[in-house]
Design a protein around this ligand. Sequence first.
Ligand code: FAD
Length: 434
Amino acid sequence: MKVGLYLFENDCRLSDNPALTTLASQVDTLICIYIPNTNLWTARKAQCSPSFAVECYRNQTLNVLHQSLVSQQQKLYMLHDTAQLRALAEIIHAQQVTHIGRAVHPGFDEQKLWGKLQDIFPHIHYVSAHSSTLFEPESLPIEVSELPPSFTPFRKMVEDIEPRLPIATAQLPPRPKQVSGLTEFKVSSSYSIKVAGGEAQAQQQLKQYFETDAALTYKETRNALFGKHFSTRFSPILASGAVSPKQIKQALDQFEQQRGANESTYWIWFELLWREYFHWYALKHQHTLFCFSGVNAKTPKTSFYPERFLKWCQGRTPSALVNAIMHELTKTGWISNRARQIAASYFVNELQLDWRYGAAFFEQHLIDYDVAVNWGNWQYIAGVGADPRGGRHFNITKQQSLFDPDGEYIKLWQGEATPQLDSHDHVGWPLEDK
Ligand SMILES: Cc1cc2nc3c(=O)[nH]c(=O)nc-3n(C[C@H](O)[C@H](O)[C@H](O)COP(=O)(O)OP(=O)(O)OC[C@H]3O[C@@H](n4cnc5c(N)ncnc54)[C@H](O)[C@@H]3O)c2cc1C
């Protein structure tokens, strides 16, 4: 009897999921488990858990995944234990697992967990596949270790390569008659606000976006701070894996065939290639994605000032625009690309803060949190990553006049400026001579 264990992480879908499809074809019974993010940077240094918006979105995504599994006589089980390796080892023993499958994850800690499983259980058959990228390593013209240090040469290498077509929905074998030591997924009533996550919703969202004309003007609108369809909003469904990047590319190709291609439709492809670049970048640079000096070993001249950090997190800085952005982020779990760039540049350049704390705060609050894209973009802005110009410094006044000239966004998100950045510690000051 061949018993399979599939570990869902950032690939919460049954369609175009090559690792799941392969594993399903090799086993007689299958157990499906969801493993929450294991990135330990936030857990250790920032000591915080995912925000309410993130929990709601995850709950919705997992509920849809669970329903899809139930329609195939399956169930989704949860691995809550923080000692994930020990918990998995117990299940492997108890269920006499013979095969384990999962999608390749760009996160360093997630890869370590996978490596350790293979060390401890060398007799098990392992199945993995790249399902969160457009390409597989063998379709790239270079080895991952040869990835260029910046985006443009990578883009030029790959932009004319057609990704392979998405594969059909996996047909799953039944689960074992008895599954012990695991909790079945249950929708949590505490996270019941309506947010559209999950595979079926993702397909619906793709369809709805490409039914509009928005893709034809994407390049002109994508830098906005707010509004309808100014950008695709595919990031949450991509980050959770409710949709694959190949499925998005296929929908984009169909749109171009029916409605015509232009610079804007190309620019959606261009942005998907940025995401792709950061995924290979994370796989290449491993733990240095989280290092203060980044991948270039270039130490920034910033530090950690608790008061400034707290004010940035709470949206109480001297910049009304940054405050509005932080309010939107903490309330909804999503902000536009321009807003992310402004908030991150202000954090690093004006507040002179250690970029990793900003990245960890985004990790905690973004419903589209993606380890490779988030940490890669923060490194880029902090000047320790893939930016050939050595970091980005946005002029906040200029950004405000360009992207919120009438203060509508600031008003919408109540971004009042707080006059003083640092409070003075009078007690500690030297006494004046009398
Ligand atoms: C400091 C910082 C942190 C970020 N953290 C994340 C994150 O955790 N998760 C995440 O998905 N994106 C992150 N981004 C990238 C980008 O801001 C979001 O992907 C984008 O705003 C999501 O909105 P959208 O789907 O409407 O994007 P669109 O503009 O419609 O773009 C389409 C898709 O292209 C990709 N994309 C767009 N911009 C970028 C970019 N700058 N880098 C890489 N891929 C991109 C995304 O997958 C996006 O869904 C971050 C950017 C910055 C500056």
